[in-house]
Design a protein around this ligand. Structure first.
Ligand code: MRU
Length: 345
Protein backbone atom coordinates (compact mmCIF):
# COMPACT_ATOMS: atom_id res chain seq x y z
CA UNK A 1 0.00 0.00 0.00
CA UNK A 2 1.13 3.56 -0.59
CA UNK A 3 0.47 6.00 2.24
CA UNK A 4 1.71 9.56 1.95
CA UNK A 5 4.13 8.44 -0.76
CA UNK A 6 5.69 5.54 1.19
CA UNK A 7 5.13 1.78 0.97
CA UNK A 8 3.85 0.38 4.24
CA UNK A 9 1.36 -2.11 5.72
CA UNK A 10 -1.83 -1.30 7.57
CA UNK A 11 -0.92 -3.41 10.64
CA UNK A 12 2.46 -4.26 12.14
CA UNK A 13 4.13 -5.42 15.36
CA UNK A 14 5.64 -3.01 17.85
CA UNK A 15 7.65 -3.75 20.99
CA UNK A 16 4.57 -3.44 23.17
CA UNK A 17 1.88 -4.79 20.86
CA UNK A 18 0.63 -3.83 17.40
CA UNK A 19 0.19 -0.65 15.43
CA UNK A 20 -2.89 0.08 13.34
CA UNK A 21 -4.33 3.10 11.61
CA UNK A 22 -7.24 4.71 13.45
CA UNK A 23 -9.68 4.62 10.55
CA UNK A 24 -12.17 6.83 12.39
CA UNK A 25 -9.88 9.79 11.73
CA UNK A 26 -9.40 9.20 8.01
CA UNK A 27 -9.11 10.91 5.62
CA UNK A 28 -8.71 14.00 7.79
CA UNK A 29 -5.82 12.74 9.89
CA UNK A 30 -3.38 9.83 9.52
CA UNK A 31 -3.19 8.62 13.11
CA UNK A 32 -1.44 5.37 14.04
CA UNK A 33 -2.49 3.85 17.36
CA UNK A 34 -0.82 1.16 19.41
CA UNK A 35 -2.89 -1.69 20.87
CA UNK A 36 -1.26 -3.42 23.83
CA UNK A 37 -3.79 -5.97 25.02
CA UNK A 38 -6.64 -8.21 23.93
CA UNK A 39 -9.04 -5.73 25.51
CA UNK A 40 -7.66 -2.88 23.40
CA UNK A 41 -7.79 -5.05 20.27
CA UNK A 42 -11.42 -5.93 21.05
CA UNK A 43 -12.32 -2.27 21.52
CA UNK A 44 -10.58 -1.32 18.26
CA UNK A 45 -12.57 -3.94 16.34
CA UNK A 46 -15.92 -3.34 18.07
CA UNK A 47 -15.74 0.44 17.68
CA UNK A 48 -14.32 0.21 14.16
CA UNK A 49 -11.00 1.97 14.70
CA UNK A 50 -10.04 -0.87 12.38
CA UNK A 51 -12.39 -2.80 10.12
CA UNK A 52 -12.79 -4.91 6.98
CA UNK A 53 -12.92 -8.69 7.14
CA UNK A 54 -9.22 -9.68 6.78
CA UNK A 55 -8.07 -6.78 8.95
CA UNK A 56 -10.49 -7.71 11.72
CA UNK A 57 -9.01 -11.23 11.60
CA UNK A 58 -5.41 -10.00 11.74
CA UNK A 59 -6.13 -7.66 14.66
CA UNK A 60 -7.94 -10.41 16.57
CA UNK A 61 -5.09 -12.87 15.96
CA UNK A 62 -2.66 -10.45 17.61
CA UNK A 63 -5.25 -9.77 20.31
CA UNK A 64 -5.24 -13.46 21.24
CA UNK A 65 -1.44 -13.51 21.20
CA UNK A 66 -1.33 -10.49 23.51
CA UNK A 67 -3.80 -12.20 25.86
CA UNK A 68 -1.57 -15.28 25.98
CA UNK A 69 1.39 -13.10 26.91
CA UNK A 70 -0.60 -12.04 29.98
CA UNK A 71 -2.18 -15.38 30.86
CA UNK A 72 -1.35 -18.50 28.84
CA UNK A 73 -3.68 -20.84 30.76
CA UNK A 74 -6.58 -22.58 28.99
CA UNK A 75 -9.00 -20.37 30.92
CA UNK A 76 -7.12 -17.23 29.89
CA UNK A 77 -7.11 -18.31 26.26
CA UNK A 78 -10.82 -19.19 26.27
CA UNK A 79 -11.75 -15.87 27.88
CA UNK A 80 -9.78 -13.85 25.32
CA UNK A 81 -11.16 -15.95 22.45
CA UNK A 82 -14.72 -15.20 23.62
CA UNK A 83 -14.01 -11.51 24.12
CA UNK A 84 -12.60 -11.16 20.62
CA UNK A 85 -15.07 -13.31 18.72
CA UNK A 86 -17.99 -11.36 20.13
CA UNK A 87 -16.71 -8.04 18.79
CA UNK A 88 -18.37 -8.28 15.36
CA UNK A 89 -20.64 -11.04 14.08
CA UNK A 90 -20.58 -11.04 10.28
CA UNK A 91 -17.03 -11.28 8.90
CA UNK A 92 -15.94 -14.94 9.01
CA UNK A 93 -12.24 -13.99 8.93
CA UNK A 94 -12.55 -13.17 12.63
CA UNK A 95 -13.39 -16.76 13.55
CA UNK A 96 -10.92 -18.16 11.03
CA UNK A 97 -8.02 -16.14 12.46
CA UNK A 98 -8.87 -16.87 16.10
CA UNK A 99 -9.23 -20.59 15.39
CA UNK A 100 -5.95 -20.59 13.47
CA UNK A 101 -4.04 -19.08 16.39
CA UNK A 102 -5.82 -21.19 19.02
CA UNK A 103 -5.22 -24.43 17.10
CA UNK A 104 -1.53 -23.57 16.71
CA UNK A 105 -1.01 -23.24 20.47
CA UNK A 106 -3.63 -25.49 22.07
CA UNK A 107 -1.32 -28.50 22.52
CA UNK A 108 1.71 -26.46 23.61
CA UNK A 109 2.88 -25.92 27.20
CA UNK A 110 1.76 -22.54 28.54
CA UNK A 111 5.34 -21.22 28.48
CA UNK A 112 5.50 -21.53 24.67
CA UNK A 113 2.02 -20.34 23.77
CA UNK A 114 2.46 -16.57 23.47
CA UNK A 115 5.60 -16.69 21.30
CA UNK A 116 4.02 -19.24 18.97
CA UNK A 117 0.80 -17.23 18.78
CA UNK A 118 2.68 -14.09 17.74
CA UNK A 119 4.54 -16.03 15.06
CA UNK A 120 1.24 -17.45 13.80
CA UNK A 121 -0.36 -13.99 13.77
CA UNK A 122 2.62 -12.66 11.80
CA UNK A 123 2.12 -15.50 9.32
CA UNK A 124 -1.57 -14.63 8.98
CA UNK A 125 -0.57 -11.09 8.01
CA UNK A 126 2.11 -12.20 5.55
CA UNK A 127 -0.29 -14.68 4.01
CA UNK A 128 -3.05 -12.09 3.72
CA UNK A 129 -0.76 -9.75 1.80
CA UNK A 130 0.25 -12.61 -0.53
CA UNK A 131 -3.38 -13.68 -1.04
CA UNK A 132 -4.46 -10.16 -1.91
CA UNK A 133 -1.53 -9.77 -4.31
CA UNK A 134 -2.56 -13.00 -6.06
CA UNK A 135 -6.17 -11.76 -6.21
CA UNK A 136 -4.79 -8.63 -7.84
CA UNK A 137 -2.89 -10.60 -10.48
CA UNK A 138 -5.92 -12.68 -11.46
CA UNK A 139 -8.12 -9.60 -11.41
CA UNK A 140 -5.64 -7.74 -13.58
CA UNK A 141 -5.97 -10.37 -16.33
CA UNK A 142 -9.73 -9.90 -16.12
CA UNK A 143 -9.45 -6.13 -16.35
CA UNK A 144 -7.10 -6.39 -19.34
CA UNK A 145 -9.76 -8.45 -21.15
CA UNK A 146 -12.47 -5.95 -20.27
CA UNK A 147 -10.35 -3.01 -21.39
CA UNK A 148 -9.63 -4.75 -24.71
CA UNK A 149 -13.36 -4.47 -25.47
CA UNK A 150 -13.12 -0.64 -25.36
CA UNK A 151 -9.41 0.17 -25.80
CA UNK A 152 -10.15 3.79 -26.72
CA UNK A 153 -11.33 4.86 -23.23
CA UNK A 154 -10.55 4.28 -19.54
CA UNK A 155 -12.01 1.23 -17.85
CA UNK A 156 -14.71 2.23 -15.38
CA UNK A 157 -14.96 0.10 -12.23
CA UNK A 158 -17.59 0.65 -9.56
CA UNK A 159 -16.85 -0.45 -6.00
CA UNK A 160 -18.79 -0.36 -2.75
CA UNK A 161 -17.59 0.20 0.82
CA UNK A 162 -13.86 -0.22 1.45
CA UNK A 163 -12.29 -3.50 0.45
CA UNK A 164 -8.90 -1.90 0.06
CA UNK A 165 -5.63 -2.06 1.95
CA UNK A 166 -7.23 -0.47 4.98
CA UNK A 167 -9.48 -3.53 5.19
CA UNK A 168 -6.60 -5.98 4.69
CA UNK A 169 -2.88 -6.08 5.44
CA UNK A 170 -1.93 -4.83 1.97
CA UNK A 171 -3.39 -4.36 -1.56
CA UNK A 172 -7.02 -4.93 -0.51
CA UNK A 173 -9.27 -7.47 -2.17
CA UNK A 174 -11.54 -5.52 -4.53
CA UNK A 175 -8.88 -2.86 -4.98
CA UNK A 176 -5.93 -5.19 -5.66
CA UNK A 177 -6.81 -5.64 -9.38
CA UNK A 178 -7.30 -1.87 -9.64
CA UNK A 179 -3.91 -1.03 -8.11
CA UNK A 180 -2.13 -3.60 -10.25
CA UNK A 181 -3.94 -2.38 -13.37
CA UNK A 182 -3.03 1.23 -12.63
CA UNK A 183 0.60 0.27 -11.98
CA UNK A 184 0.64 -1.72 -15.24
CA UNK A 185 -0.43 1.36 -17.17
CA UNK A 186 -4.02 0.28 -17.84
CA UNK A 187 -6.21 3.41 -17.79
CA UNK A 188 -8.66 2.76 -14.98
CA UNK A 189 -11.19 5.03 -13.28
CA UNK A 190 -13.14 4.06 -10.17
CA UNK A 191 -16.68 5.05 -9.24
CA UNK A 192 -16.60 5.03 -5.44
CA UNK A 193 -19.94 4.48 -3.70
CA UNK A 194 -20.05 6.77 -0.69
CA UNK A 195 -21.44 3.80 1.32
CA UNK A 196 -23.83 5.25 3.83
CA UNK A 197 -24.17 5.26 6.73
CA UNK A 198 -20.47 5.18 7.73
CA UNK A 199 -19.19 6.38 4.36
CA UNK A 200 -16.32 3.90 4.06
CA UNK A 201 -16.26 4.60 0.31
CA UNK A 202 -16.15 8.39 0.45
CA UNK A 203 -13.79 8.48 3.44
CA UNK A 204 -11.57 5.41 3.08
CA UNK A 205 -11.58 4.02 -0.46
CA UNK A 206 -11.26 7.51 -1.94
CA UNK A 207 -8.38 8.19 0.48
CA UNK A 208 -6.60 5.03 -0.66
CA UNK A 209 -7.10 5.70 -4.35
CA UNK A 210 -5.92 9.28 -3.94
CA UNK A 211 -2.77 8.09 -2.17
CA UNK A 212 -2.09 5.64 -5.01
CA UNK A 213 -2.87 8.20 -7.73
CA UNK A 214 -5.78 6.22 -9.20
CA UNK A 215 -8.41 8.42 -10.93
CA UNK A 216 -11.71 8.12 -9.06
CA UNK A 217 -15.03 9.83 -8.46
CA UNK A 218 -17.18 9.54 -5.34
CA UNK A 219 -20.87 8.99 -6.09
CA UNK A 220 -24.00 8.82 -3.98
CA UNK A 221 -24.99 5.24 -3.25
CA UNK A 222 -28.09 5.71 -5.35
CA UNK A 223 -26.21 6.83 -8.48
CA UNK A 224 -24.74 3.48 -9.53
CA UNK A 225 -27.88 2.22 -11.26
CA UNK A 226 -28.11 5.24 -13.55
CA UNK A 227 -24.40 5.08 -14.40
CA UNK A 228 -24.76 1.42 -15.34
CA UNK A 229 -27.79 2.22 -17.48
CA UNK A 230 -25.77 4.91 -19.26
CA UNK A 231 -22.95 2.47 -20.06
CA UNK A 232 -20.53 4.23 -17.72
CA UNK A 233 -19.64 1.15 -15.66
CA UNK A 234 -17.63 -1.70 -17.22
CA UNK A 235 -17.59 -3.88 -14.11
CA UNK A 236 -18.51 -3.87 -10.43
CA UNK A 237 -15.91 -5.30 -8.04
CA UNK A 238 -16.72 -5.62 -4.33
CA UNK A 239 -15.14 -7.34 -1.36
CA UNK A 240 -17.02 -9.54 1.06
CA UNK A 241 -17.26 -10.42 4.72
CA UNK A 242 -18.38 -13.97 4.11
CA UNK A 243 -19.20 -16.21 1.16
CA UNK A 244 -21.33 -19.19 2.14
CA UNK A 245 -21.24 -22.74 0.81
CA UNK A 246 -23.75 -21.95 -1.96
CA UNK A 247 -21.83 -18.86 -3.12
CA UNK A 248 -24.05 -16.22 -1.49
CA UNK A 249 -22.12 -13.05 -0.70
CA UNK A 250 -22.51 -11.17 2.54
CA UNK A 251 -21.11 -7.66 2.25
CA UNK A 252 -21.71 -4.07 3.28
CA UNK A 253 -25.33 -2.97 3.14
CA UNK A 254 -26.17 -1.78 -0.37
CA UNK A 255 -24.09 -4.37 -2.21
CA UNK A 256 -27.20 -6.36 -3.14
CA UNK A 257 -28.79 -3.33 -4.84
CA UNK A 258 -25.64 -2.87 -6.94
CA UNK A 259 -25.75 -6.53 -7.95
CA UNK A 260 -29.40 -6.18 -8.99
CA UNK A 261 -28.65 -3.09 -11.05
CA UNK A 262 -25.62 -4.79 -12.61
CA UNK A 263 -27.67 -7.85 -13.59
CA UNK A 264 -30.41 -5.68 -15.09
CA UNK A 265 -27.86 -3.77 -17.18
CA UNK A 266 -25.61 -6.64 -18.24
CA UNK A 267 -22.68 -5.29 -16.21
CA UNK A 268 -20.37 -8.02 -14.81
CA UNK A 269 -20.47 -8.19 -11.01
CA UNK A 270 -17.32 -9.62 -9.40
CA UNK A 271 -16.61 -10.48 -5.77
CA UNK A 272 -12.96 -10.51 -4.68
CA UNK A 273 -12.04 -12.73 -1.75
CA UNK A 274 -9.28 -14.84 -0.22
CA UNK A 275 -10.07 -18.37 1.01
CA UNK A 276 -10.15 -16.99 4.57
CA UNK A 277 -13.48 -15.31 3.76
CA UNK A 278 -15.12 -18.49 2.44
CA UNK A 279 -17.33 -20.21 5.01
CA UNK A 280 -18.23 -23.72 3.81
CA UNK A 281 -19.84 -24.48 7.18
CA UNK A 282 -22.69 -22.03 6.58
CA UNK A 283 -25.13 -23.19 3.93
CA UNK A 284 -26.59 -19.96 2.58
CA UNK A 285 -26.54 -16.23 3.13
CA UNK A 286 -29.80 -16.48 5.05
CA UNK A 287 -27.85 -18.23 7.84
CA UNK A 288 -25.30 -15.42 8.30
CA UNK A 289 -25.76 -13.14 11.32
CA UNK A 290 -26.32 -9.59 10.07
CA UNK A 291 -24.80 -6.99 12.36
CA UNK A 292 -27.18 -4.30 13.62
CA UNK A 293 -25.24 -1.18 14.49
CA UNK A 294 -26.19 1.94 16.40
CA UNK A 295 -28.81 4.17 14.79
CA UNK A 296 -26.48 7.08 15.62
CA UNK A 297 -24.33 6.07 12.63
CA UNK A 298 -27.31 6.93 10.45
CA UNK A 299 -28.82 9.89 12.26
CA UNK A 300 -25.55 11.78 12.76
CA UNK A 301 -22.69 12.88 10.53
CA UNK A 302 -19.25 13.90 11.77
CA UNK A 303 -16.69 15.93 9.87
CA UNK A 304 -14.33 18.88 9.98
CA UNK A 305 -15.77 22.36 10.33
CA UNK A 306 -14.24 25.82 10.70
CA UNK A 307 -14.11 25.33 14.49
CA UNK A 308 -12.78 21.77 14.66
CA UNK A 309 -14.71 18.53 14.25
CA UNK A 310 -18.47 18.81 14.40
CA UNK A 311 -21.32 16.35 14.56
CA UNK A 312 -24.62 17.25 12.94
CA UNK A 313 -27.94 15.42 12.97
CA UNK A 314 -29.52 14.46 9.66
CA UNK A 315 -32.87 13.31 11.04
CA UNK A 316 -34.74 13.33 14.34
CA UNK A 317 -36.81 10.23 13.58
CA UNK A 318 -36.12 6.67 14.75
CA UNK A 319 -33.65 4.87 12.49
CA UNK A 320 -32.55 1.28 11.82
CA UNK A 321 -29.02 0.37 10.79
CA UNK A 322 -28.47 -3.17 9.44
CA UNK A 323 -24.82 -3.16 8.40
CA UNK A 324 -24.67 -5.97 5.82
CA UNK A 325 -26.80 -7.60 3.15
CA UNK A 326 -26.73 -10.79 1.13
CA UNK A 327 -26.21 -10.92 -2.61
CA UNK A 328 -27.53 -14.23 -3.95
CA UNK A 329 -24.97 -16.31 -5.85
CA UNK A 330 -27.09 -16.12 -9.01
CA UNK A 331 -26.22 -12.39 -9.30
CA UNK A 332 -22.46 -12.96 -9.12
CA UNK A 333 -20.56 -13.14 -12.43
CA UNK A 334 -17.41 -14.52 -10.81
CA UNK A 335 -15.29 -14.70 -7.67
CA UNK A 336 -11.78 -13.27 -7.97
CA UNK A 337 -9.66 -15.45 -5.68
CA UNK A 338 -5.98 -16.15 -5.11
CA UNK A 339 -6.42 -19.28 -7.25
CA UNK A 340 -8.03 -17.57 -10.20
CA UNK A 341 -11.43 -16.26 -11.24
CA UNK A 342 -14.12 -18.80 -10.37
CA UNK A 343 -17.48 -18.84 -12.07
CA UNK A 344 -20.65 -18.55 -10.03
CA UNK A 345 -21.35 -21.72 -8.02
O1 MRU B 1 -18.40 -2.79 8.43
P1 MRU B 1 -17.10 -2.90 7.67
O2 MRU B 1 -16.57 -1.56 7.26
O3 MRU B 1 -16.09 -3.74 8.42
O4 MRU B 1 -17.49 -3.67 6.36
C1 MRU B 1 -16.47 -3.98 5.44
C2 MRU B 1 -16.96 -4.48 4.16
O5 MRU B 1 -18.11 -4.71 3.94
C3 MRU B 1 -15.90 -4.81 3.18
O6 MRU B 1 -16.33 -4.58 1.89
C4 MRU B 1 -15.56 -6.29 3.39
O7 MRU B 1 -15.17 -6.52 4.72
C5 MRU B 1 -14.49 -6.74 2.52
S1 MRU B 1 -12.92 -6.20 3.13
C6 MRU B 1 -11.72 -6.79 2.10
Amino acid sequence: MILEGAHTRSICRTEAGIRILDQRQLPWEVRWVELRSAEEAATAIREMWTRGAPMIGATAAYGLAMALAEDASDAGMDGAYRLLIETRPTAINLRWALDTVRNAVAELPASERAATAFVRADAICDEDAALCCAIGEHGLALLRDLHAQHPDRPLNILTHCNAGWLATVDYGTATAPIYLAHDAGLPVHVWVDETRPRNQGALLTAFELRNHGVPHTVIADNAGGLLMMQGKVDAVIVGTDRVTANGDVCNKIGTYLKALAAADNGVPFYVALPYTTFDPSTATGADVPIEERSADELTQLRGPSESGFATVRVTNSPAANPAFDVTPARLVTGYITERGVLDRV
